[in-house]
Design a protein. Structure first.
Lengths: 286, 156
C-alpha cells in the first residue's frame, strides 16, 4: 500500500468516525472545454518513464474548485487575457536598435509560434537547455538590439502568455532524449531530493500526496502544462520558475533563482511528467 | 523556618540543574524510535502544546493531521488522524515521533521537529534565504515537551 492510499484511508476513517475532517478530494470528474470550442486533455495515462511512480497524470485544473475551473473555461472570465493582449501588442511593436518587432521575423503569432510552448524547455543550437524566457530574451538582445526582460517581469509574462496560447490544446511535446537527456536526468534527481529543514521533495507532495490536503491546500500533481497561470491569491500571473521558488521555499529551504540552470533542468523534468496532457495556454488557480 | 530555606535552596538548585541539563538536538537517544528521557526534565504544558500544533510557524501538525479536539482551521490529511494517539503510542514513542519521526517511520514525509540537520540547502524559516550556521530546530526542547503533553491528552 502506498503512503498516499494509507493516509487517505486513515483520513476516511477519521471522517467517518467523527463526521468531521478534510473533504475527500480526488481530482474532479470534469472536462475542460474552453469557449465551448477547444477541448483540453486534463487526464491521461502516464508516460512510460513514470512507470512505478504514476499511472495517470492530471492537470492541476482538476484539483481546483468548480468556480476557479470555470474561470478558465471562457476567455472573457480568464484574467490572463489582460497579459495575453499586452503580449500580442508587444509582439507587433518595433523595439531596439535594429528597428524590428517579433512579427518582422516570425510573422503572425498564430503561425510563427504555433506549438512552440509545448516543446519548452528545449536544447538550443549551442547545446544549452533554454526555457521560453531565454529564447525571448535572445531575440530581444541579439536580433532586435533591445533590452532583456527580467524573468518574472510583467512584460515577460505577457509575452510568454501570448506565445503559450498558440499551443493551447496541443499535447506537451518536450524532448527528453538525445542532447536533452543529461539535463532531464539532473532535473529528475532534483525532483526526488528532499530539500530544506522540512526535508520534503517535490515527490513528497505531488507524487505521494496529490489529492490530499496540506492544511488548506488541495495538492495536485504539480504539473506545468497550465503555465503561465493566474494566481488569484497573488492577483497576478505566475511563471513556472516562480512557482518552483515558492514550493522550495515552503520546505524551509534556500531556494534557487528563477532562471537558474537548476530550474531549467527541473522544468524539463516536470514538463515530461505531463506528457499526455495538453497545454492550457493560460491557467487560473486559487 | 530553617528547613524552609533549605527546601527553597534545594528547589532552586534542582530548577537550575534541570535547565542546565536540557538535552541538545544532537544528544537525543532513540530506542526503536522512542525517546524515554524528557528533553527538559519538566513536564510539558498541554495547553501550550495545543497552540503549537496549530501554529503555522511552529509545529503546524494540523497541516498534515486531523485533531478533532483542536479548533485549528483547515486540518490536512497527509498523515493519519491524531485522535486517540495516546491510546496507540507511549509517551516515549510520541516524544520520539515529534523529535524525529524518521526513527519510527523511516521514509516518512513528517519533518523532524527537534533536529539541526544534516539538511540539503537548509533555509532561514520560510524566507527562501540560506539558513544561519547555527540553525535552531523547528521546536525548542520545551515546545517538544508541550506537544508531547498535549498528544497524551488525545484519547478516544
Amino acid at each position: 500500500m502506498t503512503l498516499r492510499t494509507r493516509a487517505t484511508m486513515f483520513a476516511a476513517a477519521a471522517a467517518l468516525a467523527c463526521g468531521f475532517g478534510p473533504a475527500m478530494a480526488d481530482p474532479a470528474e470534469a472536462e475542460l472545454v474552453v469557449n465551448e470550442d477547444i477541448t483540453i486533455t486534463t487526464k491521461a495515462p502516464a508516460a512510460a518513464h513514470l512507470e512505478g511512480h504514476l499511472d495517470t497524470v492530471y492537470s492541476g485544473w482538476l484539483f481546483r474548485e468548480a468556480e476557479t475551473r470555470k474561470m478558465q473555461m471562457d476567455d472573457f472570465d480568464n484574467p490572463m487575457f489582460v497579459y495575453a493582449e499586452r503580449g500580442q501588442e508587444a509582439w507587433d511593436t518595433v523595439e531596439g536598435t535594429e528597428g524590428k518587432s517579433c512579427a518582422n521575423c516570425h510573422g503572425d503569432i498564430a503561425e510563427g509560434m504555433k506549438g512552440v510552448r509545448a516543446t519548452m524547455p528545449k536544447v538550443n543550437a549551442a547545446g544549452n537547455l533554454w526555457s521560453m524566457e531565454d529564447f525571448i530574451n535572445d531575440c530581444r538582445t541579439n536580433r532586435m538590439g533591445a533590452e532583456a526582460w527580467k524573468w518574472n517581469s510583467d512584460n515577460m509574462k505577457s509575452m510568454t502568455t501570448a506565445v503559450s496560447l498558440q499551443s493551447r490544446g496541443m499535447p506537451v511535446a518536450v524532448a527528453i532524449d538525445g542532447p536533452a537527456a543529461e539535463f532531464w536526468e539532473r532535473g529528475k534527481e532534483m525532483y526526488y531530493t528532499r530539500y530544506g529543514q522540512l526535508e520534503l521533495s517535490c515527490a513528497s507532495c505531488h507524487e505521494q500526496n496529490y489529492g490530499n490536503y496540506i492544511r488548506a491546500d488541495h495538492l495536485s500533481q504539480g504539473q506545468t502544462n497550465g503555465f503561465p497561470l493566474y494566481r488569484l491569491k497573488d492577483a497576478a500571473a505566475v511563471s513556472i520558475h516562480q512557482r518552483f521558488v515558492g514550493c522550495i521555499r515552503d520546505t524551509r529551504a534556500e531556494t534557487f533563482a528563477a532562471g537558474s540552470q537548476e530550474f531549467r533542468e527541473l522544468e524539463l523534468y516536470v514538463a515530461s511528467r505531463g506528457l499526455g496532457l495538453d497545454i492550457e495556454g493560460a491557467g487560473v488557480r486559487p | 523556618m530553617k528547613s524552609h530555606v533549605v527546601l527553597a535552596a534545594l528547589a532552586a538548585t534542582l530548577a537550575a540543574t534541570s535547565a542546565f541539563a536540557e538535552v541538545a538536538p544532537t544528544e537525543v537517544t532513540f530506542e526503536e524510535g522512542a525517546v524515554a528521557q524528557s528533553l527538559t526534565g519538566t513536564a510539558g504544558n498541554a495547553e501550550e502544546g495545543s497552540k503549537i500544533v496549530a501554529n503555522r510557524a511552529l509545529g503546524n501538525c494540523v497541516a498534515c493531521h486531523v485533531i478533532s479536539a483542536n479548533s485549528a482551521d483547515f486540518q490536512g490529511n497527509i498523515g493519519p488522524t491524531l485522535d486517540g494517539a495516546a491510546d496507540r503510542w507511549s509517551e516515549a514513542q510520541l516524544r520520539g515521533i515529534v523529535v524525529d519521526a524518521k526513527h519510527t517511520f523511516p521514509d516518512s514525509v513528517m519533518p523532524g521537529m527537534f533536529k539541526t540537520g544534516p539538511y540539503i540547502r537548509p533555509g532561514d524559516a520560510y524566507t527562501g534565504k540560506a539558513a544561519p550556521a547555527d540553525l535552531p530546530p523547528i521546536l525548542t526542547a520545551a515546545q517538544v515537551e508541550d506537544v508531547v503533553a498535549y498528544l497524551l491528552t488525545l484519547k478516544e
